[in-house]
Ligand binder design. Structure first.
Ligand code: ADP
Ligand code: MG
Length: 252
C-alpha cells in the first residue's frame, strides 16, 4: 500500500452553533503512526467520531483508502477496515475478559453483534481470542470479569477488542491516559508491535509517547489544524509551544 490510507477535507462539525471541528484537512499516510495532539477541547475526540462514522459531519469529506466514506455508519466503516479503540464505558463489568474479545471477533463476522445469543457459537473464537489477549498481556486474566481489572488493564482490553476487528486503520484515543509509567511503557511497546501492516492514528497527550511512536503529528487547536509535520519539527514550532504554554501537557 502506498499513498494516503485516510484523508479528510474540510471536515467540520457544529454542536448547536458551536464549531468543534472547523475545516480540518488530514492526510494519513498508509503504514504511518500519525499522532493528533492539542489542548483539551481542541476537537480531537470529535474528529475521531467523525472519521469513524459515530458522528455525521456538518461539512467536509472523508476517504478511506481512496473510497468516499462520508456519512457511513460505524459498522460500515469498521467493515471497510477502520476501527477505533472502545471506551471503558462500553465494557460489560460482569462479563469475562475473554468473552469481550470473543464477542468482538464474532462482531467482525457477518453474525453481527448479537450479545444475547447463546454462548456456544462463541467457542469457535476462543483460540483467536486467547491469542489476542496474550498479545496485550491479559492471557492470565482471561477468566476475570472486565469490572475487576485495574485501569491500565481495562485499556489493554480495549486495545484487544479493537485488534479483534483486525482493522487496516486503527484509531486510538488517548491509549495511555491515566496509566502509570509501567503501563505506559508496555502500551508503547504494544502499539509499536501492532502497527505492523496497519495505519495508526493516535490521540495522545504524553509527548514522550508521541515522540516514540509517531511518524507525523497534527496539532489541533480550537477545532483547526495549527501545525502538521514530523514530530521534531512540530515540537519546535513556535505556535505549538505557545498553544501548550501553561498547560500541564508541556511538561511531558
Ligand atoms: P478533545 O478531545 O480535543 O479534548 P472534544 O472533541 O472532546 O475535544 O471536544 C471539542 C469541543 O466540542 C469541546 O468544546 C466540547 O465541549 C465540544 N463538544 C464535544 N462533543 C459535544 C457534544 N456532543 N455536544 C456539544 N458539544 C460538544
Ligand atoms: Mg478527547
Amino acid at each position: 500500500m502506498d499513498g494516503s490510507a485516510l484523508v479528510a477535507r474540510g471536515l467540520t462539525r457544529d454542536f448547536r452553533g458551536f464549531r468543534a471541528v472547523d475545516g480540518v484537512d488530514l492526510d494519513v499516510a498508509a503504514g504511518a503512526v500519525h499522532a493528533l495532539v492539542g489542548p483539551n477541547g481542541a476537537g480531537k475526540t470529535t474528529l475521531f467520531n467523525l472519521l469513524t462514522g459515530f458522528l455525521a459531519p456538518t461539512a467536509g469529506r472523508i476517504e478511506l483508502g481512496g473510497r468516499d466514506i462520508t456519512g457511513l455508519a460505524p459498522e460500515r466503516v469498521a467493515r471497510l477496515g477502520m476501527a477505533r479503540s472502545f471506551q471503558i464505558a462500553s465494557l460489560f463489568p460482569q462479563q469475562t475478559v475473554r468473552a469481550h474479545v470473543e464477542l468482538a471477533l464474532q462482531g467482525s463476522t457477518n453474525l453481527g453483534w448479537s450479545f444475547w445469543r447463546s454462548e456456544k457459537p462463541l467457542r469457535r473464537f476462543r483460540a483467536h481470542a486467547e491469542e489476542l489477549l496474550d498479545r496485550v498481556g491479559l492471557a492470565a486474566a482471561a477468566d476475570d470479569t472486565a469490572g475487576s481489572l485495574a485501569y491500565g488493564r481495562k485499556r489493554a482490553l480495549e486495545l484487544a477488542i479493537a485488534l479483534a476487528l483486525d482493522p487496516r486503520v486503527l484509531l486510538l484515543d488517548e491509549p495511555t491516559a491515566g496509566m502509570g509509567v509501567e503501563d505506559v511503557e508496555r502500551t508503547v511497546e504494544l502499539i509499536a508491535a501492532v502497527r505492523d501492516g496497519r495505519t495508526v492514528v493516535l490521540v495522545e497527550h504524553n509527548m514522550s509517547v508521541v515522540g516514540a511512536l509517531a511518524d507525523r503529528v497534527t496539532v489541533l487547536q480550537a477545532g483547526r489544524v495549527l501545525a502538521e509535520g514530523p514530530y521534531d519539527e512540530v515540537r519546535a514550532d513556535e505556535r505549538v509551544i505557545e498553544a501548550y504554554l501553561g498547560s500541564a501537557d508541556a511538561a511531558h
